[in-house]
Design a protein around this ligand. Structure first.
Ligand code: SAH
Length: 217
């Protein structure tokens, strides 16, 4: 067991250097978080030895944990800091939520597949992520009771930006969301200020589908 921890710590360090720093991620808070979170505990036992590889992995229910670099890139783009309240749509394995929970005050995360919701809730408890609040529901409607959010991250591909999420973003807030068809999407960063919303593209990506009332039917 201890031997494994040493091995995984070494693999994680290599992941950060070769995949994340080498591709230009510089935010110290993001780098500290990816150095700390034990990604191998967020995948099934059969896949732990691949957990630090430069690719997404299956997590059951035809869903995936994103490639490490994508998680770092999206987190950096959110420009979060320690006072922020962040909404994540698509809990999945819980890895992205854990990365955010290392940085911000509180993470609210929504998952629409019950088995993933239950499994990941237990993992958060086991790893003592007490600042992650979970909900089983359709995240395309957001989480109105807890809004507004300083940042919103959507980790599934949307046909368009769900209107309720824009409404639940604070003025000065940031959103990162993949938007496109079911095969390829553009990673969109949205910024909301007094004048309205401003969007920029961070480049191409590929995510599983965001399924729900304001997503794919
Ligand atoms: N952030 C996750 C990525 C998981 S893949 C991680 O770090 O592992 C995307 C997840 O989004 C899947 O678990 C899928 O079930 C979920 N999802 C898709 N549509 C959703 C919706 N409308 N509301 C909430 N979750 C959704």
């Amino acid at each position: 067991m201890e031997k494994d921890e040493v091995k995984y710590t070494r693999q994680r360090e290599e992941m950060v250097r070769r995949q994340i720093e080498a591709r230009g991620i510089t935010d110290p808070k993001v780098l500290a978080a990816v150095r700390k979170v034990p990604r191998h505990l967020f995948v099934s036992e059969a896949l732990t030895d691949q957990a630090y590889g430069d690719f997404p992995l299956p997590i059951g229910e035809q869903q995936t944990i994103s490639q490490p670099y994508i998680v770092a890139e999206m987190t950096q783009a959110l420009q979060v800091d320690e006072d922020d309240r962040v909404l994540e749509i698509g809990t999945g394995s819980g890895y992205q939520a854990a990365i955010l929970a290392e940085i911000v005050f509180r993470v609210y995360t929504v998952e629409r597949i019950n088995s993933l919701f239950i499994k990941t809730r237990k993992l958060f408890d086991r790893l003592r992520y007490h600042n992650i609040v979970t909900k089983y529901s359709d995240g395309t409607c957001g989480w109105k009771d807890e809004s507004p959010f300083d940042a919103i991250i959507v980790t599934a591909g949307a046909p368009e930006i769900p209107i309720p999420l824009v409404a639940q973003l604070a003025v000065g807030g940031r959103m990162v969301i993949p938007v496109g068809n079911q095969y390829t999407q553009d990673l969109i960063k949205l910024y909301k200020d007094e004048d309205g919303i401003h969007t920029t593209s961070l480049g191409g990506c590929r995510f599983v589908k965001l399924v729900g009332e304001h997503g794919w039917k």
